[in-house]
Ligand binder design. Structure first.
Ligand SMILES: Cc1cc2nc3c(=O)[nH]c(=O)nc-3n(C[C@H](O)[C@H](O)[C@H](O)COP(=O)(O)OP(=O)(O)OC[C@H]3O[C@@H](n4cnc5c(N)ncnc54)[C@H](O)[C@@H]3O)c2cc1C
Length: 468
């Protein structure tokens, strides 16, 4: 065998698996057909956040003027994109250095299975290993809409090649990516930005409280939100692209029937990147292309594991990181399991929203007896100092012992605060133990303690607690 572990795909799941393998003394190769870092570094997490970073001063300018700092902003799109490319390039080079430093071989090319222990790369060379990790990720899935192939209709990748900010935009899909794109385009100067969502709320997979908060924030920013509607057809018109809309099944027409826009972003979902890997002849079971694995990340074939988007469990980079490491550790004798409930979901809108574990509705549906505590950021001194007190922290706890089951957070730094709850859940701690934790003052994280007190109606910086 050439290696202990051969990893197909150098995205978050794959490259971190390579690093972990080396840490554990295994020989490993990462095969990558495009760029190291995968979707996350090159066309996902990092470039979107780099662009959203420019949104912050644009949206904060009015607030800063109120604080006594006169600020005027003027966008230079090509410079924003150039800087984004620099950030991406820097991170990509960093990944290569991390792998090189640990002796993990990076092999460029497209891998295809020959047998359970061997892959062929670009019909050029073969590599064999005791274990294989499939970490080939996912690609945009285009819904079957007439006219989806028209010029001006783009997937999520289209954001990073914009020549100019379109005057009018429709975004099909009200999930995290759609909301982040709407936020960027509106702040960058698009006159009309419309989000079309098939379900009756934005972020249908998150806490309904966060969906409602997000809708209000987007509409305040001048973004139109059309719910319970689907884009039925797209056609070229003298105004750009005409979109015919239909109500989702079982709903009445609430939004417009037609929209004329310059550009359409389709961000409705992803599909697994398993196309020509040659998995089926090996006996690997797939569900609509996603690789079936157990929570040890092992497929039905002992020597083959699959981590990251490609198994469809959670399509998030931090889930991919964990899964990649768990897969490698298990190959080398550990008995680790991936725990989806500990994976936070974040939307980097302005302000952001985040969630981990169960929300109240999900916990009740699961038949659990729960109590909740909500702290409104209007009561947070730090949120007031920052000049943006919109949002809340809501903790869900199991009723008898107060075990923390999850939280939903809306407001500034929600994506940082949520990890405190994730840590609490990983440590199986109770709201009482959260209350014992001394949070620095002033800080936004104090809101977590307040919300833990609010679970029993005892938040100190709230006049009237929602739970008596
Ligand atoms: C616009 C956008 C924004 C996002 N923002 C976030 C965010 O803020 N936070 C977050 O957690 N997640 C975010 N995501 C999701 C995140 O990017 C993915 O969950 C993550 O990249 C998955 O990592 P992965 O390693 O499983 O797969 P990928 O990142 O898809 O990497 C797979 C790699 O495998 C390579 N490959 C595929 N087939 C082969 C083959 N046969 N041979 C060799 N190489 C192959 C590909 O070239 C690719 O580099 C975002 C996604 C998008 C599209």
């Amino acid at each position: 065998m050439d290696y202990d572990i051969c990893i197909i795909g150098g995205g978050p799941a794959g490259y971190l698996a390579g690093i972990r393998a080396a840490q554990l003394g295994a020989t490993a190769a990462v095969i990558e057909m495009d760029e190291l870092g995968g979707v996350c570094t090159n066309r996902g997490c990092i470039p979107t956040k780099s662009m959203l970073e420019v949104v912050t001063p644009i949206l904060s300018a009015a607030r800063w003027n109120d604080m006594g700092l006169e600020v005027h902003t003027k966008l230079n799109l090509s410079q924003v994109l150039a800087r984004t490319r620099d950030v991406v390039g820097y991170i990509r080079a960093g990944i290569q250095s991390l792998l090189d430093a640990r002796g993990v071989h990076v092999i460029r090319g497209k891998a295809k299975f020959v047998d359970r222990f061997t892959v062929r790369i670009n019909e050029r060379e073969t590599v064999s290993a005791r274990f294989m990790l499939v970490a080939t990720g996912s690609i945009p899935a285009l819904p079957p809409i007439d006219g989806i192939g028209l010029d001006g209709v783009v997937t999520s990748d289209g954001m990073f090649t914009l020549q100019q900010v379109p005057e009018t935009v429709a975004i099909i899909g009200g999930g995290a990516i759609g909301i982040e794109y709407a936020t960027i385009l509106k702040a960058f100067g698009a006159r009309k930005v419309v989000i079309i969502e098939f379900m009756d709320r934005l972020l249908p997979l998150m806490d309904p409280g966060l969906s409602a908060f997000e809708k209000v924030m987007l509409e305040d920013a001048g973004i139109e939100v059309v719910l319970s509607s689907k884009a039925a057809a797209l056609s070229a018109s003298n105004k750009g692209i005409r979109m015919d809309l239909q109500p989702s099944p079982g709903t009445a027409q609430a939004g417009p029937q037609k929209l004329d826009v310059d550009k359409v972003f389709v961000v409705t979902g992803r599909k697994p990147n398993t196309g020509d890997l040659g998995l089926e002849p090996l006996g690997i079971s797939l569900s609509k292309g996603w690789i079936d694995v157990n929570m040890a990340m092992r497929t039905g074939v002992d020597s083959i594991y699959a981590a990251g988007d490609v198994n469809g469990i959670r399509l998030l980079a931090h889930a991919a990181f964990h899964q990649g490491m768990i897969a490698v550790e298990n190959m080398l004798g550990a008995r680790k399991v991936f725990e989806p409930v500990l994976v936070p979901s974040v939307v980097y809108s302005k302000p952001p929203v985040a969630q981990v574990g169960m929300d109240e509705t999900a916990a009740q549906k699961a038949g659990m007896d729960v109590k909740t505590g909500v702290f409104d950021l209007a009561g947070s001194p730090m949120a007031l100092v920052h000049g943006d007190p919109s949002g809340f922290v809501k903790i869900v706890a199991e009723k008898k012992y107060g075990l923390v089951l999850g939280a939903s957070i809306a407001g500034e730094s929600a994506y940082e605060l949520i990890s405190v709850i994730a840590a609490a859940m990983a440590g199986e701690i109770t709201v009482d133990e959260l209350r014992r934790t001394v949070f620095a003052h002033p800080s936004l994280s104090e809101s977590i303690a307040e919300s833990a007190w609010a679970v029993d109606g005892l938040s100190q910086h709230t006049i009237k607690n929602s739970i008596p």
